[in-house]
Design a protein around this ligand. Structure first.
Ligand code: MN
Length: 317
């Protein structure tokens, strides 16, 4: 007799390489793209990890609920190949949902260490983390974990409205200063790093190349792709996508929205154009569901995350 209760692939999926297309997209536990939850990462290529932390935001909070919202929105992306890609990333990659990093309550000073430890566990197991924020500070301990494994500074490809390199003390827990700290600490290599979509003023970009949103709008998607590929070259890179890179029309649900940003189609086209880049880590951050409308932002976040998986699947091209 057929098992009538074989569904809910978040628990029961038996093949981390295959996407199942016969589960109702509104049902089941909220794993990323209906992937199975797993902490055993043997044979796993990518572990999706939520980082529900938002107390380093400078304006509107709420992106601690981002991982849930992205997982929920991602459930409708699992039924078909990631359009317009010519392959299914889940056939090329074994992908699981690792669950969320434990954020210690009442011990904010311990949060960076907790996040770094989770990313280190994933990285040293041989898998690659795909982080779902959380505010953008959460990228900093992830970068630390990667740089430690690489044994050298990592190249950063940052999609963002803000540079996040503003001046602060090194132990500042702040979503607007951590990339400045990362440059000073030798975690990021600024000479091979680039920021795309910027539309706030910062007099000291700390040696990182900036393609602000105006430049992307004026010169176009292909020019932005060329600039990123030229900047990063063959270096291993971390792609971080702050959802506020997108215009508030495409991503209203975020803490520090800025007008004049990229359309979601521009950002997705740029990501697609990076096929072959040596991506070793990636995240999507700053989705804040309380300010979202009709899940626009969560869906954008989930779609970007899926596009990052496609990119990861193409890194050997
Ligand atoms: Mn940011």
């Amino acid at each position: 007799m057929t098992d009538k209760h074989r569904k809910d692939y978040a628990f029961l999926a038996d093949d981390p390489h295959a996407m199942t297309h016969d589960e109702q997209m509104f049902a089941g536990a909220l794993s990323f793209c209906r992937r199975k939850y797993a902490r055993d990462l043997k044979g796993v290529d990518v572990a999706v990890v939520g980082v529900p932390f938002d107390t380093s935001v400078t304006n509107r909070p709420g992106c601690r609920f981002g991982p849930r919202a992205i997982r929920a929105a991602s459930s409708q992306l699992g039924w078909s190949r990631a359009w317009p890609s010519s392959f299914d990333p889940f056939e090329k990659l074994s992908v699981v949902d690792w669950g969320d990093v434990h954020i210690p309550h009442g011990r904010p000073e311990q949060v960076p260490e907790h996040i770094q430890d989770a990313f280190s566990r994933i990285i040293w197991s041989g898998a690659t983390p795909l982080g779902l924020g959380g505010d953008h500070f959460t990228t900093y301990p992830a970068l630390r974990a990667h740089a430690e494994k690489l044994g050298r500074p990592i190249s950063l490809v940052q999609f963002d409205a803000h540079t996040d390199t503003w001046e602060a003390e090194n132990d500042w827990i702040d979503h607007g200063t951590m990339f400045g700290t990362a440059v000073r600490e030798g975690i990021i290599d600024p000479a091979t790093s680039i920021q795309v979509g910027i539309r706030t003023t910062n007099d000291d970009p700390m040696g990182i190349e900036i393609w602000d949103a105006v430049k992307v709008h004026e010169r176009g998607v292909q020019a932005a792709i060329d600039a990123i590929l030229a900047r990063v070259g063959d270096n291993p890179c971390y792609i971080t996508f702050d959802i506020d890179c997108l215009d508030p029309a495409f991503a209203p649900g975020t803490g520090t929205p800025v007008c004049g940003g990229l359309a979601s189609w521009q950002a997705l086209a740029i990501l697609r154009g990076l096929a072959g880049i040596d991506v070793v880590g990636m995240d999507v951050v700053e989705v804040s569901p309380a300010y979202d409308v009709g899940e626009i932002t969560a869906l954008a976040g989930a779609t970007v995350a899926l596009q990052l998986l496609c990119l990861y699947a193409q890194r050997d091209m």
